[in-house]
Design a protein. Structure first.
Length: 253
């Protein structure tokens, strides 16, 4: 330690020269000024798995519906927390041992632009479409934990086209961006539901990248809303938790 830092320590009262005896080679930590290696707030959550709390009445309704129903459709504008809450509840169920795996799916539909030919293996080609799901997962779990669960098969991320013919038992299934699915695709996805499974379908009918008459989300939601054992939760602009300008823009766009 040079002279200048030593003088600063003496001036600030954090340094006591009596701790040095006969030019000792071992120096004590300044524990007298309250320093401790332990966190100052022992109640702080140390893991990535945080307790989620709804920030609006609509989000409260969605969380309660996921807890009570095996099939939930969450419709609402961008930023209302549909995907985030669905994946958060999926991670919560997996960590609690209520399900054996998480299956996340979304349609590989370009948002108005053409990505052209993508190099690499199948996973590399699909990565840009499935990136939002990885982002939501990494916010609930560490990326190391996410990679480990994917390797073990406890988390599966797949495009809609790979779901046909499957039966998803003991799983928490999240179908994201469902407004980009056709009526027949949604019918196929909904009938994948197996025993001891929960499925949450999220989407915004107002932001479909398909032609209005091709997207099947609104039609499917209207028909399923009449069934008692299926919950259809419709979020609004008041449930948007992104920047306040998002709600203002969606009100005029």
């Amino acid at each position: 330690m040079t002279k200048r830092p030593l003088k600063r320590l003496v001036r600030e009262g954090a340094f006591d020269d009596r701790r040095f005896e006969d030019d000792a080679k071992i120096r004590r930590l300044p524990v007298s000024n309250g320093w401790t290696p332990h966190p100052h707030n022992d109640d702080r959550e140390q893991g990535y798995l945080k307790t989620i709390k709804p920030k609006s009445a609509g989000q409260t309704t969605l969380i309660e519906a996921i807890d009570a129903k095996n099939l939930v459709l969450a419709l609402g504008p961008a930023g209302s927390g549909k995907t985030y809450l669905a994946i958060a509840k999926a991670v919560e169920a997996l960590e609690a041992g209520k399900v054996g795996r998480i299956v996340l799916s979304r349609p590989a539909v370009e948002a108005g632009e053409s990505l052209g030919f993508l190099p690499g293996e199948l996973e590399d080609k699909l990565a840009p479409y499935l990136r939002p799901l990885y982002d939501a997962l990494s916010d609930r779990l560490s990326m190391k934990r996410v990679r480990s669960l994917i390797t073990e098969g406890a988390i599966e991320i797949a495009p809609v086209g790979f779901m046909r013919g499957r039966t998803l038992n003991n799983a928490f299934v999240v179908i994201d961006e469902a407004q980009n699915c056709t009526y027949m695709q949604l019918k196929m996805l909904l009938t994948r539901l197996g025993w001891n499974s929960t499925m949450v379908v999220t989407g915004d009918p107002q932001q479909s990248d398909l032609l209005p008459e091709i997207s099947g989300l609104k039609s499917v939601a209207d028909k399923l809303e009449t069934l008692e054992n299926i919950a259809v939760v419709r979020l609004g602009d008041q449930d948007i938790v992104r920047h306040p300008l998002v709600a203002e823009m969606l009100g005029v766009l």
